[in-house]
Write a protein that binds this ligand. Sequence first.
Ligand SMILES: [Zn+2]
Length: 276
Amino acid sequence: MRGHTLIQLADAARLTRWADGLVRVPVLLYHMIIRPGLPADPEMAVPQDRFSEQLTCLADAGCACISLDRLIRHVLHGEPVPPRSFAITFDDGFLDTYRLAWPVLQRRGMTATVFLVSDLMDKLSEWMRVEPSGPQLLMGCEHVREMHQAGIGFGSHGRRHVDLTCLDDDELADELCTSRQVISGLLREDVRVLAYPFGRFNARVRSAAARMGYAAALSVRGGWNRRGTDPLALRRIVVSGRDTGTNLLIKIILGEHRIRWHAATARLTRTLLFRA
Ligand SMILES: [Zn+2]
């Protein structure tokens, strides 16, 4: 089924908008974009040609890539966004986000926000030492400045990529505050967006993020964002290297990390029968 047909079906079933007219905006979460053909964990890595196919499918379906800042203004203040808007994020700031993902975004005139680990820029992703892929090179200051000047957004992913829920209050404040200061200094603008490392947060971490000046923070909870969503618990949809463009579109329509076909079909049937 082609992308635009899926969207027409979803619109007919009012799956992309609630019946009360509120807009739902998905935020995509990518980690690594890799060269095609390399062995990798598909949950962490999307080959460059697959990434390109995914974005082409979304563009062909009439989806509009908006900046994370714009999404946040929509969530906080109700600033209008185009129909079928979505935003793109990359966690960790791998060098391959600069080398392989950015050219694909540029070709399509799309933007994204990259979350940096401030102590590890230009170094290896040490927290991945226990993973099969091993540590990967992270981008440095020059890469960040170049992308930022071309319109790519940046946010904090902490100082060391540690689970913030396990830290005491002083360590937590340091992770949140120092990383924000370092990245703000690098970009010469106030950075006010955070992605929780490993997606882990609780009420204490959320409150600390607000106190340290973050206007918004992103989780890995599935679903969409709309006006009134907690800005310090924004939702994202994890994109896998297994997702074809059409699969990704279905995940966006359903607001889920994985497509559970039986549940999805039942939900669509119910909606078409009783609400359309
Ligand atoms: Zn991460």
